[in-house]
Structure formats: C-alpha cells, structure tokens
Ligand binder design. Structure first.
Ligand SMILES: C[S@@+](CC[C@H](N)C(=O)[O-])C[C@H]1O[C@@H](n2cnc3c(N)ncnc32)[C@H](O)[C@@H]1O
Length: 436
C-alpha cells in the first residue's frame, strides 16, 4: 500500500520500534466480522466467536443471505465492535448516537437496550440517514427514532436528556485504509487537525444533551493523536464535570497516549481495523428531568382501525405513543420530548398505512415482532425466500384462510403479507428486493 510520505514519517515517529509491524499489517487482508442480533427469537450457532464479546464472530456474511435479510446478523469489523461494548448502556436508559450512519454502533446499542429505554439515532447526511433507517428497520428494534439533523438543532430539543451519548463522528479514517485504500487520497498532513476541530465543534453542541450523571463515549476509526487524545484533552479542559473511565484492554487493545484510560486498536496488536475509544463519566448528581412529551394524534377512525388489526393479529400489546404522519402509523418510545421541530428520518416503529377504510401492516412491524407475538405466521422455505425477495408471489403447498400473515424465514419475522388461498402476495419493499 502506498502512503503519503508525511503519513509514514508521522507513524514512524509515533510508533518507533513498532512502526515496521504497523506498516507490514497493511499488506494483510482487512478483518471481516459480524454481530448476531439478540432481539431475534431464533438464534443460530455461528462459528469463530470473537473473544470477550457477547455477539461478535469473525467472518463474512452475504448481503443476500436469509440471516442478513431477517436482521439476524450485522456486518461490523471487530475493532468497531468495541465502541458500543464500551458504552454498554443499561436497560431502560436514554441513548443518543450522534453520528450514526450506516448504523453499526446504533444496532449494537440496541442489542444492549433489548427493546427498553430509547435510542435516538442521528445522521446529518440525508442520503446516509436512509441507509441508517434501512439497517435499523432490519434489526427490528421498537425503541428507536432516527433523526436527520445537526447536533446544534438536536440540542435545542434534548437538553440534559441522555444517559449515554456515543459520538463516533467524522474522522480522518486512517483505520479504514486497509478496507478502503482509495480513502488514502484524502489524507494530507493537516487533515487530522481539521477533523479534530470539526469533532470539537460537534461535541460542543452534543455535550449539552448529556444528563447529569450520564456517560459520553467518544470514538474514531483513526490513529491520529490530534483527533483522539487531542480531543479527549479538549473535552476534559472544557467540561470539568467529566472524568475519564478506564477501559479494560481486551484482545490486544493498547493504552491511549498520555491517557491510559482510553483505548487504541492497532492492526498489528488487535485482530481488526483501526479504532480509538474514550469513555467519560459525568460527576454531577443525576436528577429527574421534566419534559413536555409529544402527544398521540390519531383520529377516532384510525384508532379503531389499528385496534381492530392489533386485536385480530397480535398477541402482544405494543407499548409506546401512537402517531400518524400522513397516512402512516408509527409507534414511538415513551418519554420523548415534542419532536415537531426536528427533521425525522424514521419516526419510531412503522406499524403500517391507513388505506381508505382499512389498515395495512408494514414490513417493519413484521420484522420487529417474534412469531410468539403474532397470531398467524407462515414459514418460507429457502426457495420461497429467494422468490419472495426478488418480488415474486410465492405458491404454498397448502391453502390457508385468506388474510394477513407474518412471514418467517428460519423462524425469524420477515414482514407481513396477504395470503389468498395458497398464494402469498409480495409485500417485500421494492427498494430492498434482490435476486439470488
Ligand atoms: C464514522 S461515520 C459514523 C459511523 C457510525 N457510527 C457506524 O458505526 O455505523 C461518521 C458520520 O458522521 C457524519 N457527519 C459528518 N459531518 C457531521 C456533522 N457536522 N455532524 C454530525 N455528523 C456528521 C457522517 O455523515 C458520517 O455518517
């Protein structure tokens, strides 16, 4: 791999007698890995578990596999898996992922929350926020909203609100060079300092949203000390209530420079790509915050149509706030402030659409529910799965009473579909379809 001479000089100076091993690691292949999703009912035994992680495995997952399409697995390299693991938010807590697309940290945080508390997953870039929505939807969590805005706008609505904030923001991306060698062309000597300034700007607003007693996790996928420890020093200087928490060094993590509490991941020590993580605890006494919650806005007919559907098809009561946007019905986690002034990319769990005098359940609802929570489900074979994902109707061996059924693949939800006799009509969203 060809590096700019300034990059070589910088890491020769920083790593000294380790520099040779560091540069040699770029001649090896990037490490692929994935996490399994504990929110899914039907788990599988996957090989090559990553030590010291609850859900990590080494290896590649095909984007066309049923495991991926049902959200049972999420591809994420091993070093990136350490960020949400360091955060490990408690059940019931309020969590913000400030720079979230494509969703690696967010989906991992949702694994810890286990459908309790709430996650606000924010991405400033509209195009990337759509990918984030897709990945979160597939993961099947019910307690997450996706916003598409800047930290300063978000801070106006969520002041002192979050128990955990994860900021894995824009960085110089040196740790991604092995995965994406084209990224090297953007690197120049001043690049890390420019990104460090951007991170500080975003954090100045981001930190206004931390609740007293909360925790901040700051991470990057780069090794430059101007970002990483430089930003840690700036956070400590400007936020006297924050103190560093020591991160246990797992699987070959190294101490951060001058801040041994923080963690660096180098590919010649840690089997993965590049990453830096720091964890801060806010020393202020936690306090009860009062917020003006958003309200349900369903009319009488919409309420009735949803209740009729839920009574007939669901065995579980979905807890949260019901809201309609246009004809779409969403379930928002409880305890959110009024979000009418925030640009939203996904307003909670999409339950379905009101169409004239009926309610049509969404794909998102059918992938978020387990088979125990639904009255009628139909398991697809692998061949039927291949037909369904390519947009075709599926013919079943048996006829069924006409109506809505949750589809299952390997025991996990895969949306709702209307069945007429022995035919499953296709409700797989057009944008997700693919051919096997
Ligand atoms: C390293 S990526 C995040 C990866 C993500 N945490 C994950 O695990 O999948 C950084 C993100 O920061 C976003 N970003 C760029 N400028 C930003 C800004 N000014 N404020 C907030 N986010 C920004 C980028 O669009 C990008 O999606």
């Amino acid at each position: 791999m060809q590096f700019p001479s300034d990059f070589i000089e910088k890491y020769n100076n920083l790593l000294r007698d380790e520099a040779e091993d560091f540069f040699a690691s770029f001649d090896q292949e990037a490490v692929s890995a994935y996490r399994t999703n504990p929110l899914k009912k039907q788990q599988k035994d996957f090989p090559d578990a990553i030590p010291e992680t609850p859900w990590g495995h080494y290896g590649k997952i095909s984007g066309k596999s049923a495991d991926h399409a049902t959200g049972l697995v999420y591809s994420q390299e091993p070093a990136a898996q350490m960020v949400a693991q360091v955060a490990a938010p408690s059940k019931g807590s309020r969590v913000l992922d400030l720079a979230a697309a494509p969703g690696g940290k967010s989906t991992h945080l949702l694994s810890y929350l286990d459908n309790t508390g709430l996650l606000v997953s924010n991405e400033i870039n509209p195009k990337r926020s759509k990918i984030l929505v897709e990945n979160i939807e597939r993961f099947g969590a019910r307690n997450v909203i996706v916003t598409n805005t800047s930290a300063d706008k978000l801070a106006k609505v969520f002041k002192n609100y979050f128990d955990t904030i994860v900021f894995d923001g824009p960085c110089s991306g040196e740790g991604m060079f092995r995965k994406d060698p084209d990224a090297i062309q953007y690197w120049h000597k001043e690049y890390p300092s420019e990104l460090a300034q951007l991170q500080k700007d975003i954090l100045s607003d981001g930190l206004k949203m931390l609740a007293p007693g909360g925790q901040l996790i700051y991470s990057t996928c780069t090794w430059s000390p101007e970002e990483n420890e430089g930003v840690v020093a700036w956070i400590l200087e400007n936020n006297p209530d924050l103190e560093l928490v020591a991160i246990p060094k797992l699987n070959g993590m190294s101490d951060g420079i001058d801040f041994p509490e923080t963690a660096r991941m180098y590919p010649h020590h840690f089997k993965g790509e590049g990453q830096f993580v720091a964890k801060f605890q806010d020393k202020r006494v936690p306090e009860q915050t009062r917020i003006k919650e958003g309200k349900s806005n369903l009319n009488k007919e919409q309420k009735q149509l949803w209740e009729d559907f839920a009574k007939k098809h669901l065995k579980t009561r979905l807890d949260g706030l019901l809201q309609v946007f246009g004809d779409n019905l969403y379930l928002l986690p409880k305890g959110l402030p009024d979000l009418s002034k925030v640009k939203i990319a996904r307003n909670g769990l999409h339950l379905g659409v009101f169409k004239k005098k009926r309610f049509e359940p969404s794909f998102a609802l059918g992938i978020a529910l387990t088979s125990d929570e639904v009255v009628s489900s139909i398991e697809l074979t692998q061949d039927q799965f291949a037909q369904y994902v390519s947009g075709n109707v599926v013919t079943l061996d048996q006829t069924h009473p006409n109506g809505w059924y949750q589809l299952l693949v390997d025991g996990n939800g895969f949306g709702f579909a209307k069945v007429v006799g022995n035919t499953v009509k296709n409700y797989y969203p057009k944008g997700l379809r693919f051919h096997i």
